[in-house]
Each structure stands twice: as structure tokens, then as C-alpha cells.
Design a protein. Structure first.
Length: 149
């Protein structure tokens, strides 16, 4: 008979952040296929911003934070883990929606679908993190370590 063991919240969070990262990266990649996107980059502009070391550092930080959340979701202590996931997911919802600013309605399906899925994943992260009770995680962990002996 098939068994469905409980999946730890930390693993669910890490999986959700991994899915978010794949989508986040591919949306940026597919954006390059838009007519004129590469020409704007070659012209030294992204959106309305001049390409500079500062801008690229901001972009790197924007990608690095969710990438780090994959690892941090599995390694941070329960109370810090819960808080970090709640804060970062809440910050990234408006950040994701910002990607549609200034786009024409011709691209509504692309941005609607991509942002919709990103926000859905972030909402799932919020749900998992909100339900992640550090006191319960400690009790379960204590019971498992006792039963392992």
C-alpha cells in the first residue's frame, strides 16, 4: 500500500521558493524575446533605468534573496524561519506585480499569467509560514529524536 508521510513545513517552503525561482528566472528570460527588449539593453536601458553597476547589484539582490530562501527555509530555526518567510513573501508580492508596470495590454496574457502564478506561489508560502508553529515544530522534533534512540 502507498504511504503518504507528512512533509515537513520547511521542505514545503523550500520547494515553493524553488518553484518561485524557476518561474522568476524564466519570466525574465522570456522577456528578452519581446520585440525591442534586446535593443533597449544594448542601448543601455532596462525599463526606464540606465544600466549601471548599482542597477545590476539591485537586480542581483532581487534574485539572490528568494534563492537564499530555498536554503534558509531548510536551515533556519523555526521561529526565525517563520518570520523570514512571512516578511520576504510579503515584500515580493508587490515586487512581482511591479513587473507589469508600463506594459501594453498586448502583453497582458504573458504578465497576467506569470505574475498570477508568482503571487499564487507567494501566497502558498505565506500560508505555509503562517501555519508553521515553532512551538509545535519543537515538540515534534523532540518526539522524533526520542523515538530515534
Amino acid at each position: 500500500m502507498l504511504d503518504n508521510p507528512a512533509i515537513p513545513v520547511q521542505a514545503k517552503l523550500a520547494a515553493a521558493w524553488t518553484s518561485f525561482m524557476f518561474l522568476y528566472i524564466y519570466v525574465d528570460y522570456f522577456h528578452l524575446y519581446k520585440p525591442g527588449a534586446v535593443d533597449e539593453i544594448r542601448g543601455g536601458v532596462i525599463f526606464e533605468f540606465d544600466i549601471s553597476p548599482t542597477l545590476l547589484t539591485i537586480f542581483l539582490a532581487a534574485v539572490a534573496i528568494p534563492a537564499l530562501m530555498v536554503m534558509l527555509s531548510m536551515t533556519l530555526p523555526a521561529r526565525v524561519n517563520r518570520a523570514a518567510n512571512l516578511v520576504v513573501a510579503l515584500v515580493y508580492i508587490p515586487f512581482s506585480v511591479f513587473n507589469a508596470v508600463g506594459e501594453s495590454w498586448a502583453w497582458a496574457s504573458f504578465y497576467g499569467l506569470s505574475i498570477g502564478i508568482e503571487v499564487l506561489i507567494l501566497a502558498l508560502i505565506l500560508r505555509y509560514a503562517w501555519g508553521f508553529r515553532p512551538d509545535i515544530a519543537r515538540a515534534v522534533s523532540s518526539r522524533e529524536s526520542v523515538s530515534a534512540r
